[in-house]
Write a protein that binds this ligand. Sequence first.
Ligand SMILES: Cc1ncc(C[n+]2csc(CCOP(=O)(O)OP(=O)(O)O)c2C)c(N)n1
Ligand SMILES: [Mg+2]
Length: 806
Amino acid sequence: MLNNKLTTNPIDASELSFDDFKTLVIEDYKIAFESRQASLLGRKEVLTGKAKFGIFGDGKELPQIAMAKAFKNGDWRSGYYRDQTFAFATGICTMKEFFAQLYANPDVEADPASAGRQMNCHFSTRSLNDDGSWKDLTAMKNSSSDIAPTGGQMARLVGLAYASKLYRKNPELEYLKNFSVKGNEVAFGTIGNASTSEGVFFEAINAAGVLQIPMAISIWDDAYGISVPAKYQTTKEDISEVLKGFQRDENNAGLEIFKVRGWDYPALCETYQQAIQVCRNEHVPVMIHVTEVTQPQGHSTSGSHERYKDKARLTWEKEYDCIRQMRIWMLETAIIDEEQLLVLEDAAKNMVREAQREAWNEFLADIKVEKDQGIELINSLAAGNEEISKITATLANTPDAQRKEIISSARRALRITRGQHSEERNKLMAWYEKEKSRNEERYNSKLFTDGKESPSTIEIVAATYNDSSRMVDGREVLNACFDANFARDPRLVAFGEDLGAIGDVNQGFAGLQAKYGDLRITDTGIREMTIIGQGIGLALRGLKPIAEIQYVDYLLYALNVLSDDLASLSYRTKAGQKAPLIIRTRGHRLEGVWHSGSPISMILGSLRGLHFCVPRNMTQAAGMYNTLLRADEPALVIECLNGYRLKEMLPENVGDFTVPLGKAEIIKKGTDITIISYGSTLRIVEEAAEELALMGISVEIIDPQTLLPFDHEHLCAASLKKTNKLLIVDEDVPGGGAAYILQQVLEVQQGYYHLDAQPQTLSAKPHRTPYGTDGDYFTKPSADDVVETVYRMMHEHNKTKYPAIY
Ligand SMILES: Cc1ncc(C[n+]2csc(CCOP(=O)(O)OP(=O)(O)O)c2C)c(N)n1
Ligand SMILES: [Mg+2]
């Protein structure tokens, strides 16, 4: 077994003898050189068809070696696809793992970063044990899981650094020994020069300056973003020049900005030592702008850079290739001689080649077993059937057949032999079923971590009331719930716009900052992407954040971070990382185009991987928070904007009762028609049901309470058995959230079977809601609309009993 851990050592040159110093430098060169070989060989593996796509870290080796020297156990990285040398130098990725990911090996042992789910060079360490519990993150070098959207790493970087601030400043967190040592951890970010054009980059830099957090952002500046040169990307073509206003000075806190050339090894080492010392000790954000970086093989395997770089640039890139420059410097300073270098380089090439071969053989090994089994089982059906013989012959002649070819062959054989009964066919079928479930585990599992703290494991506790229970404003129920939870668990923090001093715009957190301090309950700038990123980073580091988005209408400003990063986290790491972040927001009907949204289908379409709660009132919301805050999976809760001042009875166990996720509730029993609704429209449906009762129509109302998951017990279909009629009411666009509910009830719950009338949806108009009472009335479903829609359905069913209204 190859030992291909490459890790580099931190250096403090002042304390070393020249010989020790030489050894460390040579070791660094070796890692850089091996990494370059990995890039060259990786590209070949793609171009010869063994892997599908390749993007590599060539040209960026030396700054990453320097960065790795300053990176300690407990620290975090939030970077992007160029960081392979850093990953090798820190041990975050081994050479063999690098190739395993390139081949998409779905075995988590082979590719611990993503179990073959991510493109190559998307790095990630495993923070979790198999049961979803945390490892000791202070004893390891941590990398949050990369995502492909450029700049996407910036939002969570803020949170990773902010966690250090909380751990340093809040003594109540000291017991969390697995996550921090007095907040000394630095969050290292990396980003390409062109990606600094993204809004999230500027948002994150500003937030870091405001928050004063130990965030060290490195910019690998190779003057291009794929083919687009700096003049289209960056004002003055120089990002550190542009950001000079963020530089701290005697009077103002800010960032410390460094600039260093990417081929100058001694300067890089010195710069990183200095920068990270400031960052770690003083908790000041630093930026290291690494210029004059090259990209010898071009952007990725998708094209060649000769198409867009002129001759002068290509010549310069050759000359200032950082490995070449380091080599020259080492020879000039007599650190090594040419002969020794050649030996080292030869050994490095062999090491990389060996790791690649092992990774490829391991990738194919399991598949080969499945292929042999598949061929044998299919062959046993062949007797005289030419079509089947052809299938196995083709499969046998495909040396690098993957699971797709093997399973597809078995399925074709089963289709061809449909209707036949034989022992052989039964065997193939059993094998296919077994492989199907193994492949589900390989390719479709772990949308959630499903660990021992999953919301489904939280005990169900009913709300209780006593004789002295009071009716209070809905917001007071929430307030009491948050109060109890913050008293119970010091890991909880909440933040958002206007959430701190005034306790949010609807006062759910009123008075709680005064009680728990502004480290735990705090205001933020207007910066939705990094509010969510702040939450993700904290959650990745063992805290329990509630991030508030002031109105659901503004969720769009954070949707990229929520969808790309939070929602995909468990899946893309195959439960290697979790971020139990709760997003609290408010929405549905109120007033105006941007304070009345109910974009449910947008959320359903983009946030699989989150639980999605749509409580009808503040008591249900509190019960959901009580569940979620005891569990370890991310969720979004939309409170009803128009419900904060409505009266509700305050439960005596307001911080302890739980509303389980996926548990629908029958709000009103009835016999003629089932209406499914959620959130604010439920009150309208209830009002309509009263009028319908007077018209002789008995309505059963079901509140699914959560849309993801949806009605585990299939109460909706059970209700249809009785009523045979279905109406879904919501205030999303037509064909939005209601269409999803239809799919759940008709398809998943097989409710179609019980219908005797066309199922209907009643949603809002497809445009946004105009301001004012009439704007709402003519756009969103009203009680009139519900009454008449139900009545029309009853009329269709029995025209004599229910004569037409219009
Ligand atoms: C949000 C987003 N837009 C576009 C892309 C496609 N894309 C991938 S890499 C890249 C260029 C990035 O350049 P830079 O940030 O300078 O990094 P480099 O590759 O040069 O190291 C682009 C446009 C993407 N991945 N994500
Ligand atoms: Mg670039």
